[in-house]
Design a protein around this ligand. Structure first.
Ligand code: SF4
Length: 703
C-alpha cells in the first residue's frame, strides 16, 4: 500500500492536507494529514465521500454533444471524441467572433473544478481571443469583503486569525463550525480554552452561536444598523483606541456625527437585538483585546452589503484591532507570475457592468451576475452569444433560477466542463468531462492561522494519483483550445507541472521543491505587525479611511449609512402585505459544498433532504407543524419543501439552504436590485409567504 500526501478538493475553502492510501492502483482510504499545517489531521465530513466521488459511475467520463431535437435542457446526448469537441468549440468561437466581435464570448469559472481561480489560465485564453467578459461567483463570496478592506485599509486581511493571541472572537454572519470546521473552528476552540470571549451575530442560533458568550439574534438585512450602533456606543463611551484613531485614521469627526442617531434603543427597534446586548457586545469587543472579527459570507448576500462591510472594517480599526497579533492582520498578495497576458487585453473594452458598477468592476475585473443575466436577456449594451463554463453551476446557485435558465437558453453556443451533468451542464451544447481532485496536478496556495511566528503563505502541490481516462484538467482544456484557435505559441508548457513552475518563478520555489515537501511549504516572512508605523496605509490619505476618498471619488457615500434591504417591509410595504415573511436563503451545511456532492450516498446519509426552518410562533401563525409540507412563495416563484419548526431561527423568517435541486431556494430569490456599490444580490433578506400543502415529494437530484 502506498500513502500519498495531497490536498483535499471537496470544497473550495480550506485546502486541507490529506493522506491518500492506494492499493493496487485504487484509492482505499483518505484521512486528514497530521503534518499538514493547515488542518493538522482534522477534516470535515465531506472527505469521507472522496472515494465515492472518485469512482462514482455517474460522473462525466467522456465528451458529449447534444443529440436528438437539440432542445436545451433535454437528456439526449451523444458521445464524441475530444478532437470533435474541441473542433466544435473552436468553430463556434470563430464564427461568433467574426459575426459579433470577440466580446460576444463570456467565460464563467466556477469552484467545482477546484482551480485556483486567480491563476488566470482562462483569462490568458480570453485576452488572446479578445473578450473582457470574465464571469465568476466572487460578487457574492469573498470579494465584497476584500473590496471593503481595500477601501478602508488599502490592503486585504489574512484569511484566518491568530488564535494564540485573540482574547475576543467576534463572528458576524459566519458559522465556522459548519464552513471551516477543520481550520478556523479548531483555532477558535483553542482560543476559547485560553479564555477568549465569543460573540456571534446571526439570525440563526447556529452551532457556532450555541457556543457563544453573547449571541445576538438579528433581523436579516439589518446588520449595518447594529454596526453603526456599536460604533456609536464605542465612540460615546470612549472605548475606542484613542491613540490609533488620532494617529492613523481619517474622518473620525464625520463618522461620529453620522452614527449619533444609532443609540442602543434605536438599534433594538431596527434589528431586534436588545439594547442591553448592543452595549454588552460593544464593551466586550472593545475591551477584550486583541479581538478578531470575522465578517462572514452571509454579509455578502444583501442589497446593503457595502454599508455593512464598510462599517465592520471601521469597527475593527476604531478598536485598534488592525494589524496586531491576534487581531485582523493585513497581508500582501502572493507574487506569482501573472499568466493572464494583460498586455493582450482588448483595448477600450471593459467587462460588462463597468458603467453600472464602476468601482466593483475596476477592483474585480469581472461581470457582476445581474449584469450578465440582463445582458443575455436583452442583448444590451451588446449581445453575448457564447459562453464557456469551466466549472460552476449558476443555473442552481445564482439568484432567480428561472431568469438565469431563460438567459442561458438564449445563447447560440454553450460548452460546460464539469464533473457531473449539473443543472447548468444540461443547458450546454457540448459537455466536457473534468478531472477530479485525484486526477490532476494543481498548485495550492493558502493563507491560514498558523501562529504568530510563521509566514503567512503556505504552498502545496495537489497530485495526480489516479488514471483520469478521458477526463482532463481545466488547464489542459484551455491549452488545447488555444492550440485549436491558433494561440499555441503562448502555451509552451508540456503539462501542468511545467506551467506551475512558470507561475512559481518569482517565489524561487519549484514543483520539485513542493514534491520534496509533500506536507507543504511556508513562503515569505512572518507577518510584520503594525507595518503602518513604517509604511502608512495604502489609501489616499495614508491612514485608515473611516471617510473613504475612493468611494467619494466614485460618487458614493464616503461614510457608512443605514439602508433597509430593497425588498423589506420598510421599503416595499405593498409587497410585504402580500409576502409578510423574510426569506433568508443561502445557508450551507457541512456535508455539501454549495450545489455539489448530493449524489454521494455517504454525505446524503448525513443531510438526506432539504427543509425550511421556521420559528414556532411563525409556524403556529400559519398553521404549520414540524415535518409538514409547505409551499414557500415569493414574487419570483414558489417551491414545495418540508418545514422544520425550530427556535433556532428568529421569528418571521423562513430560512432555506441553497444548492438543492429538489427544492431550489433560488427559484425565490431575485437577481436584480443588488447592492449599488458591490453588486451583491439580496439572497438573505427578501420577502416571501408560506402556506400548507397536504403532501408532496422531492424529485430531481443535485450533484
Ligand atoms: S474543509 Fe473538508 S472539504 Fe474542505 S478541504 Fe478540508 S476536509 Fe476537504
Amino acid at each position: 500500500m502506498k500513502v500519498i500526501k495531497t490536498i483535499c478538493g471537496m470544497c473550495g475553502g480550506d485546502y486541507c492536507g490529506i493522506n491518500v492510501h492506494v492499493e493496487d492502483g485504487r484509492i482505499v482510504k483518505v484521512k486528514g494529514s497530521q503534518d499538514h499545517r493547515v488542518n493538522q489531521g482534522a477534516t470535515c465530513p465531506k472527505v469521507q465521500a472522496a472515494i465515492e466521488l472518485e469512482y462514482d459511475p455517474n460522473r462525466l467520463s467522456y465528451p458529449m454533444k447534444r443529440a436528438g431535437d437539440k432542445q436545451r435542457g433535454g437528456d439526449a446526448w451523444q458521445r464524441i471524441s475530444w478532437d470533435e469537441a474541441l473542433d466544435t468549440i473552436a468553430e463556434n468561437l470563430t464564427r461568433i467572433k467574426d459575426s459579433y466581435g470577440a466580446q460576444a464570448l463570456a467565460v464563467h469559472e466556477g469552484e467545482s473544478l477546484e482551480q485556483f481561480i486567480r491563476d488566470g489560465w482562462a483569462r490568458r485564453f480570453m485576452n488572446l481571443y479578445g473578450t473582457p467578459n470574465w464571469v465568476q461567483n466572487d460578487h457574492m463570496c469573498y470579494l465584497p469583503a476584500v473590496i471593503a478592506e481595500r477601501l478602508t485599509y488599502g490592503v486585504e486581511e489574512i484569511d484566518g486569525f491568530e488564535a494564540e493571541h485573540a482574547r475576543c472572537i467576534f463572528l458576524w454572519g459566519a458559522n465556522p463550525v459548519t464552513s471551516h470546521v477543520a481550520t478556523h473552528w479548531r483555532y477558535i476552540t483553542q482560543a476559547r480554552k485560553r479564555g477568549a470571549k465569543l460573540i456571534v451575530v446571526d439570525p440563526r442560533f447556529s452551532r457556532s452561536a450555541q457556543k457563544a458568550d453573547i449571541y445576538a439574534p438579528i433581523r436579516p438585512g439589518s446588520d449595518v444598523a447594529l454596526a453603526l450602533g456599536l460604533i456609536n456606543f464605542i465612540i460615546t463611551q470612549k472605548l475606542y483606541d484613542a491613540d490609533f484613531v488620532e494617529r492613523w485614521t481619517s474622518g473620525f469627526d464625520q463618522l461620529a456625527e453620522r452614527v449619533k442617531p444609532f443609540t442602543p434603543e434605536k438599534v433594538e427597534s431596527i434589528t431586534g437585538v436588545a439594547a442591553n446586548d448592543v452595549r454588552r457586545i460593544a464593551e466586550t469587543y472593545a475591551t477584550n483585546k486583541p479581538g478578531w472579527l470575522d465578517a462572514g459570507n452571509a454579509l455578502e448576500h444583501h442589497s446593503n452589503s457595502a454599508q455593512t462591510l464598510r462599517a465592520l472594517m471601521i469597527l475593527k480599526a476604531l478598536t485598534g484591532n488592525i494589524d496586531v497579533p491576534g487581531g485582523n492582520v493585513l497581508i500582501d498578495g502572493l507574487p506569482l507570475t501573472d499568466v493572464k497576458l494583460r498586455e493582450k487585453r482588448p483595448v477600450g473594452l471593459k467587462p460588462l457592468g463597468a458603467t453600472k458598477y464602476p468601482l466593483f468592476v475596476e477592483f474585480g475585473e469581472f461581470v457582476p451576475g445581474d449584469v450578465l443575466i440582463e445582458t443575455l436577456l436583452t442583448d444590451e449594451p451588446y449581445p453575448i452569444k457564447a459562453m464557456l463554463f469551466s466549472g460552476g453551476n449558476p443555473a442552481l446557485t445564482w439568484p432567480n433560477s428561472q431568469r438565469v435558465e431563460a438567459a442561458y437558453r438564449r445563447l447560440d453556443f454553450v460548452a460546460v466542463m464539469e464533473l457531473y451533468m449539473t443543472a447548468t451542464a444540461r443547458l450546454a451544447d457540448i459537455v466536457l468531462p473534468a478531472a477530479s481532485q485525484f486526477e490532476k496536478a494543481q498548485l495550492i496556495a493558502h493563507t491560514a492561522p498558523f501562529g504568530v511566528d510563521k509566514p503567512t503563505w503556505y504552498l502545496s502541490l495537489r497530485k495526480q494519483i489516479t488514471d483520469p481516462g478521458e477526463r482532463r484538467s481545466d488547464w489542459w482544456f484551455w491549452k488545447a483550445l488555444a492550440h485549436r484557435m491558433g494561440y499555441g505559441d503562448y502555451y509552451p508548457w508540456a503539462d501542468e507541472k511545467e506551467a506551475i513552475d512558470y507561475q512559481l518563478e518569482p517565489l524561487g520555489i519549484t514543483v520539485a521543491d513542493l514534491e520534496a515537501n509533500p506536507s507543504g511549504m511556508f513562503y515569505g516572512e512572518p507577518p510584520k505587525y503594525r507595518r503602518y508605523e513604517k509604511e502608512g496605509f495604502r489609501t489616499p490619505t495614508g491612514k485608515v479611511e473611516l471617510y473613504s476618498h475612493v468611494l467619494a471619488g466614485y460618487g458614493y457615500d464616503p461614510l457608512p449609512h443605514y439602508e433597509e434591504p430593497v425588498e423589506s417591509h420598510a421599503r416595499a410595504p405593498e409587497t410585504a402585505r402580500r409576502y409578510p415573511l423574510i426569506l433568508n436563503a443561502g445557508r450551507r451545511v457541512a456535508a455539501y459544498t454549495h450545489s455539489r456532492h448530493r449524489g454521494l450516498p455517504g454525505l446524503r446519509r448525513i443531510e438526506p433532504e432539504p427543509y425550511a426552518e421556521i420559528h414556532p410562533t411563525t409556524a403556529q401563525e400559519y398553521g404549520v407543524s414540524d415535518g409538514d409540507w409547505i409551499v414557500v412563495e415569493s414574487l419570483r416563484g414558489s417551491i414545495e419543501i418540508k418545514a422544520q419548526v425550530t427556535e433556532g431561527i428568529v421569528p418571521g423568517v423562513v430560512n432555506l439552504f441553497h444548492g438543492w435541486e429538489e427544492a431550489n431556494a433560488n427559484v425565490l430569490t431575485d437577481h436584480q436590485d443588488c447592492d449599488p456599490v458591490l453588486a451583491t444580490p439580496s439572497l438573505r433578506a427578501e420577502l416571501c409567504r408560506v402556506r400548507g400543502k397536504e403532501s408532496s415529494q422531492y424529485s430531481g437530484a443535485g450533484m
